[in-house]
Design a binder for this molecule. Structure first.
Ligand SMILES: *Cc1c(COP(=O)(O)O)cnc(C)c1O
Length: 407
């Protein structure tokens, strides 16, 4: 941890610089799946991992390191202040590769009980059944409960910076201390809050992104990124024991290239998403709605979020409105999409237009009704990922009209 304040925007700008083949302002795409070995005697060294992109710049095969994906990984790693990073085929493949690598056969995980549905299913059902990797789920806000669940043999402490869809903030610094005390690797999914939070600066060991969301910003690619130490990336790419190399969730270099053109304006987008979400959340609160947004002083983690965030980027682009019943939630979303053209009824987030979904029936449907209740997910909870398009005043008029028609 440094004494000067970490600036994710500047850090990423410093790492981007890479001329294209003909001096182009954008890097070139390396689309080859295999690479020429200049002299035959180099082949054994390359296979022994002694001449990789980190030490000598030799590339081997497209499922192993690719130069374009390598640069993309470097950019996201710089944003997180991590030593290294690498792209994957999806956010979930980044998560599963990391957990499998760290937990081997039979390792234990302690995880937040409020997670992206796919991650929850992976930890709750798939990994115990197929890999004997057992997860204890805890309320990540309750540090005492976290500490009680950590015990000898727990290999991974896992959380999302901002829980989905309840938008509670994890106390990354405090959790990092607990993980360290028990020799566990602290893995943080920072998908909801790129630029806003820098978990590695606060003690996390591994940061994961679903690049499908804000990093892309256009809902046009499925992708993930892992940020961590150089040695852990090497481990993940090991020819004999690496989850990235052997399970093979390879990022396409064309996807890496496309993402590399989105990241330079990620900071500007995050600020605008946050500014609009704050405007809308305040209006909704004043209008008497049950709105949850970490930027509202009424939010239970307002202080924690305010202290932990990188100042310039606001409080994120997501808020929820509790319509109490699934019927009222559906009515509101139907009006907003089909009468007001306010946004789309769709899962996912980070798109330039507004996306809205009823969490209990969609992205959290992998959780049982009981698990949803424990996690505080009401059946009428509508999650909004606020877009960047249109006039902000007109957007509020659309929302207000739709809400009035629901009462
Ligand atoms: C979408 C999402 C994932 C999974 O990412 P994919 O790119 O869809 O595989 C993981 N975590 C969070 C928080 C997400 O929103």
């Amino acid at each position: 941890m440094s004494t000067t304040k970490f600036d994710p925007q500047q850090s990423m700008a410093n790492a981007r610089h890479e001329f294209g083949e003909h001096g182009g302002v954008n890097m070139s795409i390396e689309a080859s799946t295999t690479f020429t070995v200049m002299t035959p005697d180099l082949m054994p060294e390359i296979f022994a991992g002694q001449l990789g992109p980190n030490d000598g710049g030799c590339f081997l095969y497209g499922r192993h390191f690719n130069p374009t994906v390598f640069v993309l990984g470097r950019m996201v790693a710089a944003m997180e202040g991590a030593e290294a990073g690498y792209g994957t085929a999806s956010g979930l493949s980044a998560i599963s590769a990391v957990i499998m690598q760290l937990c081997g056969g039979g390792g234990k995980v302690v995880s937040s009980n409020t997670l992206y549905g796919g991650t929850y299913a992976l930890l709750d059902e798939y990994l115990p059944k197929n890999c004997n990797i057992i997860t204890t789920f805890v309320d990540i806000q309750d540090l005492e409960a976290v500490e009680n669940a950590m015990q000898d043999g727990v290999k991974v402490l896992y959380t999302e910076t901002l829980s989905n869809p309840t938008l509670r903030t994890a106390d990354i610094s405090a959790l990092a201390k607990i993980a360290k005390k028990y020799n566990a690797t602290f893995v943080v999914d920072n998908t909801f809050t790129p630029m806003i939070f820098s978990p590695i600066q606060q003690g996390a060991d591994v940061v994961i992104h679903s690049a499908t969301k804000f990093l892309s910003g256009a809902s046009d690619v499925i992708a993930g990124v892992i940020c961590c130490s150089k040695s852990f990336i090497e481990e993940l790419m090991d020819l004999h024991l690496g989850s990235l190399m052997l399970l093979g969730p390879t990022m396409d270099p064309i996807v890496a290239f496309r993402l590399s053109l989105r990241l330079p304006h990620l900071a500007a987008r995050m600020k605008e998403h946050a500014c609009r979400a704050m405007f809308m959340a305040k209006k909704l609160e004043d209008f008497g709605q049950d709105v949850v947004y970490p930027g509202l002083e009424s939010h239970p983690d307002y202080e924690l979020f305010s202290q932990a965030r990188n100042d310039e980027f606001g409080y994120g682009g997501l808020f929820t409105v509790d319509m109490k019943t699934a019927e009222r939630a559906s009515k509101l979303m139907g009006l907003l999409q089909n009468e007001q053209q306010f946004g789309f009824i769709a899962v996912s987030l980070g798109y330039f237009d507004t996306l809205m979904s009823c969490s209990g029936a969609s992205t959290s449907s992998e959780m049982s009704e009981n698990a949803q209740e424990t996690a505080g997910i009401s059946p009428g909870l509508v999650r909004f990922s606020i877009g960047l398009t249109g006039s902000i005043e007109e957007r509020w008029n659309q929302m207000k009209t739709a809400i009035e028609q629901c009462s």
